[in-house]
Every structure is written in structure tokens, then in C-alpha cells.
Design a protein around this ligand. Structure first.
Ligand code: PHE
Length: 356
């Protein structure tokens, strides 16, 4: 038995000396000291020995075990040192290689356009107001004089939050708690007109940017898009002021040579209503593919605030008048940057965004 221990000691010594990797040393540890290793095998045969012999062998085996553990630790250290040595002698890090640049981010064309629109109106004295994207039916439609059977309420256009269109419900009071009321994703920013008027006394001069939602998806429509709403209310506000304001905006946004054109239109919340065109930014009004040879691009809806809207918002239509307008931010961005497919705006491709 003692011979076997001696043989194990010497073979362990020479094998550990030859090991050059951490894995090899670990394999040897298992081979000699593991549960099914060589030392365990020797101890397993002890049962046949006389008690004194057994005691002596046990002591010798313990000494060998401690010895082997020390040697294994030493072998591990040696192998690690050798690996480090080799790495230091190996190919050097080339500090002259160009670094991997960290690219700065880029503002999305929609964000740029939205901020430009708002800052243009800020220079005209408009403040910024905001409202919720998840809106009560009352603010989105009814307060804006949109009757219950108006096509704009059709399931095809509006996202109803509970998935079904139920009867029109009124808040218990303007700005009511909304319990039991129909909830929609706002289809336009016009409900912020109502919220703004309910929250403050005239005069009002505000732009209201934000996301809006409609069930619509093709080359020029996405289910989510952005609008900027405008509202100006005071005593004796006229349509001429609406025209002057939007004309000033068009020149600031599209360039000093831009012209505007007002065409009669209809919105339930304005009377009279007008669709506003700007002279085509691509052909300067001569006629091209983008403006379908008309020389004009339709950019926004506008009009004089309907008396019923004032009534719903708690303003007296015999004392104040006002104008409102609403424009689609993506549409303006597409015109400004010559983007022909709206959906590319929302594909989250940095290469697209970085072009503008
Ligand atoms: N809310 C209208 C739309 O989304 C735009 C609009 C706003 C028209 C204000 C007139 C006045 O189409």
C-alpha cells in the first residue's frame, strides 16, 4: 500500500510538471484527488488491512493529499503566469489604429419640423399647450360640434379604447371625471382647444402639438401621426388675421417667396372654414408631379371658431371671436425634405433619419 502511495506521488509530480493549461491541471486534480480518483481508490482498499496498518496508511494518505493540493495550486499559478507571459510577448496592441467613433444622435425629421412649427408661432406670440392622447369622446367630438352621426366618428377612423363604439356620452360637467364615458385615442389635436379654453379666460393665443391616431395606413397615412393645432381667441378677431397669421407662417416655414391660398371648406368646429394651400415648394408654383400640375400644395385646415365650440368651452360667442387651424407635421416634413413615403419615417432606421 505504501508503495502505491509512493508511485502516485511520483507520477503526480511528473504529470503536473508537464501540464501547460488550466484545464490540464484541473483534469489532473480530478484524476488524483477526485471522488473516483487514484487516492480514493487506494483508500478504498484499506478495509482489508490490520487496524495498525490502516491507521498508518491513513496518516500517510492525508500527508500525500495535502502535498498534492499544494503542488496543484503551484501548478495553477505557474500555468497562469506562463499564459500572461505569452500574452505580453505576443502581438502588441496597435495604438495607432483609428478609434471606433461614437456617432452623435440625430433629431428625427418629425421632431425637427414640429419644433420649427412651434418656434415659428412662438415668435408670433403663441404659447404651447398640451392635452392627453387618450381622450374622452366629449372633448374629441361633441364639444367640437361634431354630431353623433358624423362620419368622423365612424369605426373606420377612430380607435375606441374599449374596442366598441357605444352611444355618445357627456361628461357630468366640463372636465368631468370621465367615469362611464366613451374613451378614444384622439383623432386630432382640436380637443386641446376645448381643454385650453376651459382652463383659462380669453384672450388665448396657443399652439398645441402632439400625437394623434386614426385607423389609416398607406403611403401617405400612418395610424399614428402628429399635428400642431392653433387657436387665437379675443374680442373682434377677424378672418383677415387668420389669413395674415398663416401667410406669415408659410413664409417663415417654406421660404419668403411662398404664397398662400384659402379655399372654402367644411369643419364642424369652424365657420367659415378654409383649406389652406401653399405655392408648391418643388416647382415654385409652375406645376409638377408633386403638386399634380396645380402649383399648390394643401397643407392645413382652418377657420373661425364655431359659436357652439365657444359655448361648450364656457366662452360667450357674443363677446369673443377667434380662429383655429390644424396641420399635419409629417406632411409638412415630407414636403420640406422631399420624402415620398411616410412609412419610412417610422421604420427606426438611423440611415434614414441622418439624411435630414
Ligand atoms: N382638426 C382638423 C383635422 O384634423 C384640422 C382643423 C383644426 C381644422 C382647426 C380647422 C380648425 O383635420
Amino acid at each position: 500500500m505504501n508503495d502505491r502511495l509512493a508511485a502516485l506521488a511520483s507520477s503526480a509530480q511528473s504529470e503536473l510538471e508537464k501540464a501547460v493549461t488550466l484545464d490540464a491541471v484541473e483534469a489532473l486534480r480530478v484524476k488524483f484527488l477526485g471522488k473516483k480518483g487514484e487516492l480514493a481508490a487506494i483508500l478504498g482498499g484499506m478495509g482489508k488491512l490490520a487496524p495498525e496498518e490502516r491507521k498508518a496508511l491513513g496518516a500517510a494518505a492525508n500527508t500525500l493529499k495535502t502535498e498534492l493540493e499544494t503542488k496543484i495550486t503551484a501548478a495553477l499559478t505557474r500555468v497562469q503566469d506562463q499564459a500572461l507571459e505569452a500574452e505580453l510577448k505576443g502581438p502588441r496592441l496597435d495604438v495607432t489604429l483609428p478609434g471606433r467613433g461614437v456617432k452623435p444622435g440625430h433629431r428625427h425629421p418629425v421632431s425637427q419640423t414640429l419644433e420649427d412649427i412651434c418656434s415659428t408661432f412662438a415668435r408670433l406670440g403663441f404659447v404651447i399647450e398640451q392635452g392627453p392622447e387618450i381622450e374622452l369622446d366629449w372633448y374629441n367630438f361633441e364639444a367640437l360640434n361634431v354630431p353623433a352621426d358624423h362620419p368622423a366618428r365612424d369605426m373606420q377612423d377612430t380607435f375606441y379604447v374599449d374596442g366598441k363604439q357605444v352611444g355618445v356620452t357627456k361628461p357630468k360637467a366640463p372636465g368631468g371625471d370621465g367615469v362611464g364615458e366613451q374613451v378614444v385615442l384622439r383623432t386630432h389635436t382640436s380637443p386641446v382647444q376645448i381643454r385650453t379654453m376651459l382652463a383659462q379666460k380669453p384672450p388665448v393665443r396657443a399652439v398645441m402639438p402632439g400625437r394623434v391616431y386614426r385607423k389609416d395606413s398607406d403611403q401617405t397615412h400612418t395610424p399614428m401621426f402628429h399635428q400642431v393645432e392653433g387657436l387665437l381667441v379675443d374680442e373682434k378677431v377677424t378672418f383677415a388675421e387668420l389669413k395674415g397669421t398663416l401667410d406669415a407662417f408659410a413664409r417663415a416655414f417654406f421660404g419668403a417667396k411662398s404664397k398662400t391660398r384659402f379655399r372654402p371648406s367644411f369643419f364642424p368646429f369652424t365657420e367659415p372654414s378654409a383649406e389652406v394651400d401653399v405655392s408648391c415648394v418643388f416647382c415654385a408654383g409652375k406645376g409638377c408631379r408633386v403638386c399634380k400640375q396645380t402649383g399648390w400644395l394643401e397643407v392645413l385646415g382652418s377657420g373661425m371658431v364655431h359659436p357652439n365650440v365657444f359655448r361648450h368651452a364656457g366662452y360667450d360667442p357674443s363677446k369673443v371671436t377667434g380662429f383655429a387651424f390644424g396641420m399635419g407635421v409629417e406632411r409638412l416634413a415630407m414636403l420640406r425634405y422631399g420624402i415620398d413615403d411616410l412609412r419610412t419615417m417610422f421604420e427606426n432606421d438611423y440611415r434614414f433619419v441622418a439624411q435630414f
